[in-house]
Design a protein around this ligand. Structure first.
Ligand code: GLN
Length: 540
């Protein structure tokens, strides 16, 4: 039977609970344990699929098509295992199921209550699939003290008594702030947060203390004393230069050894080489490359977190530091002037919804195509590439996606039949992994090195096959295709130095340990472009 590790957060949000859980998972995997991480979120949305990225950051999509919290992206980037739809549970999902059961009469006349019915449902979800793993890490969203996370905390309190004591471990992530005027690190917020946790019956076994400066011995002693944990269980999570350094820092603090001892699991040999190499490459790049990302949510970096990471992974692969220049698509709505792109080696248009900034994105594609700058279009970015090509190469005046103009004379991007009558927006897009066949002798084939791939989707609209012949004749290649559904998945322009648009989201499957081939290839092409431009510049 699996052992369970629960990760809660105190003091304030954004302390990196997700990265802590993922890093611990990495270390336990390196020690040969089969690990999965789940996230329990206290909000009422059934899933984050309908939430704006401005509110909630990126919506991460799993292989089996669940729209989930962005922390699942971290779990997949750090671990070798895939997450799935049972790995992200919200209060909305729990209540939905309990109310459904109540309406069916499954509770046989009982008064349905938070305790035990909601807590039982939460515990069932914690245990689901656990028999396939050695260790299940469960991250509880929100901060201890929030009203809405109480049923989750009550459930994880109970679970210790359902199982054996050595099968359950509680880790609490807190903040030890540095107060400039006093010149000191302060432990009081941590003490209060642990007191709140103990009030609801949970005694943390390990404290992960985020701090700007190292915790010295006396601070560790003080925290241990006031929070009722042993001193070596006070783990210092000092601010790291990269999230990929965190597993190494946590290993240095001994967290994996302490966890295994407390769970009465053998320590087993391990090697950190893979992660040391990643951090070495990040800290010692041979050169830099700059990618201009033209999007709508550029002020909120969490909205493009997987994309951001996948670009960094492409840099790791090529030993390059990737600088990302975020460009607001609305600023490009008039003809994009060179000033936006003069310091950019490659242009990327990511996924998105709604028409805000859409003409700016199409202008960015045009700029990249005409000036022969490496271009990578993802989902909406691919759709923009097709629209631009139809308008400016085929001279289809007013060509558009019906998402933005229902009356366009040239609907080059359109809804498939199954999407036409959809009324409920939650969970109804084309979601999750689909097969894609790759044509040989194309950029896609050169990048992937195979003819069959699986990539994840999250969109409603598709390339309109009515225009395939015209578009192909005019010089756009369809290099990726979903045979079962007859859908275009990848387009490229052969005469261009690197121009590729894909209907799926490759960024969801990139890991620092296995950078995605399209990102690696795009970064390399952008770097070559930089070198060529520098050479041209020096010849003038
Ligand atoms: N809005 C487009 C669609 O629904 C693209 C979605 C996306 O980029 N994820 O098809």
């Amino acid at each position: 039977m699996a052992k369970f590790i629960f990760v809660t957060g105190g003091v304030l949000s954004s302390l990196g609970k997700g990265i802590t859980a993922a890093s611990l998972g990495t270390l336990l995997e390196l020690r040969g344990y089969k690990v999965i991480i789940k996230k329990f979120d206290p909000y009422l949305n059934v899933d984050p699929g309908t939430m704006s990225p401005f509110q909630h950051g990126e919506v991460y999509v799993t292989e089996d098509g669940a729209e989930t919290d962005l922390d699942l992206g971290h779990y997949e980037r750090f671990l070798t295992s895939y997450t799935n739809r049972d790995c992200n549970i919200t209060t909305g999902k729990i209540y939905n199921h309990v109310i459904e059961k109540e309406r069916k009469g499954d509770y046989l006349g009982a008064t349905v209550q938070v305790i035990p019915h909601i807590t039982d449902e939460i515990k069932n979800n914690i245990r689901k699939l656990s028999d396939q793993y050695d260790i299940v890490i469960v991250e509880i969203g929100g901060t201890v003290g929030d009203i809405e996370s109480l049923p989750f905390l009550e459930s994880i309190r109970q679970i210790k008594f359902d199982l054996n004591e050595s099968d359950v471990l509680y880790i609490h992530v807190t903040l030890v702030p540095y107060i400039k005027s006093a010149g000191e690190l302060k432990t009081k917020p941590t003490q209060h947060s642990v007191r709140d946790l103990r009030e609801i019956g949970i005694q943390p076994d390990i404290l992960v203390c985020r701090s700007e400066y190292p915790l010295n011995d006396s601070i560790r002693k003080k925290i241990a004393l006031f929070c009722n944990v042993s001193k070596d269980s006070v783990i210092n999570a000092i601010d790291a230069s990269s999230i990929y350094q965190v597993p190494l820092l946590m290993n240095n603090e001994g967290i994996d050894r302490i966890v295994l001892n407390k769970l009465k699991l053998p320590e087993r040999g391990y090697s950190l080489e893979k992660w040391e190499d990643i951090v070495f490459r990040l800290n010692n790049p041979e050169d830099t490359v700059t990618i201009g990302v033209v999007g709508k949510y550029v002020d909120l970096k969490d909205a493009y977190i997987s994309l951001n990471e996948a670009l960094i992974h492409g840099g790791i692969k090529n030993r390059l530091k990737v600088n990302i220049k975020w460009i607001d698509a609305e600023d490009l709505e008039k003809i994009p002037s060179d000033k936006f792109f003069e310091d950019v080696d490659g242009i990327l248009v990511p996924g998105g919804f709604g028409d805000r900034g859409i003409e700016g994105k199409i202008n960015a594609v045009n700029y990249a195509r005409v000036k022969d700058i490496p271009f990578f279009g993802i989902c909406l970015g691919m759709q923009c590439a097709v629209i631009e090509f139809a308008r400016n190469v085929l001279k289809y005046d007013g060509a558009n996606s019906v998402e933005f103009n229902q009356k366009t004379p040239y609907p080059v991007i359109d809804y498939m039949n199954e999407q036409k009558n959809i009324k409920k927006l939650g969970g109804t897009m084309r979601l999750g992994a689909y097969k894609c066949s790759i044509k040989e002798d194309t950029l896609a084939y050169k990048s992937y090195g195979t003819t069959e791939i699986m990539e994840r989707h999250r969109h409603r609209l598709e390339f309109n096959n009515k225009y395939t012949e015209d578009i192909v004749k005019a010089g756009m290649t369809i290099s990726g295709f979903n045979v079962e559904r007859g859908l275009v998945e990848i387009v490229e322009i052969k005469s261009h130095r690197w121009f590729l648009g894909c209907q799926f989201h490759p960024e969801f499957k990139s890991k620092p340990t296995a950078p995605h081939p399209l990102f690696s290839s795009f970064i390399l092409a952008s770097y070559k472009n930089k070198k060529d431009s520098n050479e041209k510049g020096s010849q003038l």
